[in-house]
Design a binder for this molecule. Structure first.
Ligand code: AMP
Length: 485
């Protein structure tokens, strides 16, 4: 039960529901993995691989199977394969033709390999067929984590696409054939630690790495097919920089050598430790190397140089996974919240992100009148950081959609309460969201009189909701956001 509780907190209610709906079979194993991830052995062995994929899928699969069985025989618990390990096509059309859905043969073969070799696999990138290739003839560059029971534990679509033109050297336009991923995936608990997923070009965007580290990643993976030119100039520096600034292990499997007449890759698959030292690196050609992952060492580096405590978020804000599923947090993460001088019980809160919360109003002027506020108790809108402002208004947008659906009304009044001069009775900047329909008040704009006066007379207890009423309404709103299975 304790694990269940922590699992819900770690994964967020929305993710849990997503699993229940989309991959119910994965939920239990996922939870088991979570418990393992939290009791991950402090030291474990991984294998990082290097290969030269071509358009011959069968040959590539054979290469992968050889690498995986060799890694397993050498004692690796998890094997990391590069981006495009299924194939590297010779044209856009061929790439699309060879692509497969998540239920396709390629991943099936990978699941079998994981079970037979008793290892976890990072399939660093395979060509997942897009949802409607008739309309949009593109693939998704998907990184998949498979556990040693053959279950998919996580999948991430590459978010930064390599559209680069360096005359005479590199010319690739990934977005011609790839649909970009739309979310940062929460770090996945595994027996070797919590792994943050990324792919190749993503390594140039430290915000993604920081966001993953902030969400608890101890290891970040960048399976790659780096070009020769960019590899020679940047590969090692970027990987080491990401490891140093996140204080995570960085694991980068790689494509190497010549795939076809047009394309070749840099290689140098490597593992960097959280202090920035390269602790393993493949030599030429198809190969693998082993590295030890030591979670105690992650903790040691972080405690000796606590950069996360030294951050000046007051100056530059904080990197936040903006309203991906991962930024939604269970309201019960805290028992109560400070709203100016008022205490808001978590049962009253129906939606919570890292920086904002939405809760039921004790004195609604119309049914469904709710409030949205930043978690940080500040009085004025101008006191908020850019990240807080963005998060607050994205939360308002979500809440508006929810109340409209829940109270079956077409419109809403949204009023930001910013300062005592505007009638603020609770000194904590907040947004009133009031569901509206025609004729609900004599004159439409009477709403502002009501907002001005509704909470001035607390002796009029008739209109004050009880704790139980508010919890019931909050539950109703939660069900609109996270429908029950
Ligand atoms: P304002 O007067 O615009 O600052 O709005 C303050 C809002 O906070 C009013 O809508 C009140 O009904 C609401 N409020 C005050 N105390 C509570 C509480 N304990 N729980 C929920 N809402 C509250």
């Amino acid at each position: 039960m304790h694990i269940l509780h922590r699992y819900f907190h770690s994964y967020g209610v929305k993710n849990i529901f997503r699993l229940i709906f989309r991959r119910p079979e994965t939920l239990l194993t996922n939870m088991a993995a979570f418990s393992q991830g939290n009791t991950a052995r402090q030291k474990s062995l991984i294998a990082v691989c290097q290969m030269t994929a071509t358009s011959q899928k069968n040959d590539n699969v054979q290469t992968i199977l050889n690498l995986v069985s060799k890694a397993s025989a050498m004692g690796a618990q998890m094997v990391f394969l590069p981006e495009a390990c299924d194939y590297i096509g010779e044209s856009k059309e061929q790439s699309l033709d060879l692509s497969e859905p998540i239920t396709g043969t390629f991943l099936q073969e990978m699941k079998t390999a994981a079970v037979q070799n008793k290892v976890w696999l990072s399939i660093g990138g395979y060509h997942q067929k897009g949802p409607d290739t008739e309309k949009v003839p593109k693939i998704i560059n998907t990184h998949v984590i498979i556990d040693d029971q053959g279950n998919i534990q996580s999948a991430y679509g590459k978010t930064h696409l390599f559209d680069v033109d360096i005359p005479g050297k590199v010319r690739l336009c990934e977005s011609d054939s790839v649909i970009p991923g739309t979310e940062i995936v929460p770090p996945v608990p595994t027996p070797i630690g919590r792994i943050g997923l990324a792919i190749c070009y993503d390594m140039r965007f430290p915000e993604l790495a920081l966001s993953l580290a902030q969400q608890g990643a101890q290891i970040i993976t960048y399976p790659s097919a780096f070009t020769q030119t960019t590899g020679m100039a940047h590969w090692e520096s970027i990987l080491r920089a990401r490891a140093i600034e996140t204080q995570c292990y960085v694991v980068a499997a790689a494509q190497t050598g010549k795939h076809n007449v047009k394309r070749s890759s840099y290689g140098h698959a490597m593992v960097v430790d959280p202090w920035g030292a390269i602790i393993a690196q493949c030599s030429e050609g198809v190969s693998l190397c082993l590295a030890e992952i030591d979670l105690d060492y992650v903790a040691k580096v972080r405690s000796e140089m606590p950069v996360w405590q030294h951050r000046r978020t007051d100056l530059y804000g904080r990197v936040t996974a903006l309203h991906s599923d991962s930024s939604i947090i269970s309201p019960e993460e805290q028992d109560s919240y400070q709203f100016g001088h008022v205490i808001i019980k978590s049962s009253q809160v129906f939606y919570r992100t890292l920086l904002s919360l939405a809760f039921v109003n004790i004195k609604p002027v119309l049914p469904g009148h709710v409030l949205v506020a930043p978690i940080r108790p500040v009085e004025r809108l101008s006191d908020l950081s850019p990240a807080e402002v963005t998060d607050l208004f994205m939360t308002v947008q979500q809440v508006v959609n929810t109340v409209k659906q829940c109270f079956d009304v077409p419109s809403s009044t949204i009023a930001v309460q910013d300062g005592v001069g505007a009638g603020q009775t609770v000194k904590h900047v907040h947004v009133h969201v009031v569901p509206r329909k025609q004729g609900d008040l004599t004159n439409n704009d009477d709403i502002y009189d009501h907002l001005e006066n509704h909470d001035k007379c607390w002796s009029e207890t008739r209109t004050v909701q009880s704790e139980q009423d508010m919890a019931t309404q909050s539950q109703r709103l939660r069900l609109c956001i996270y429908p029950s299975p």
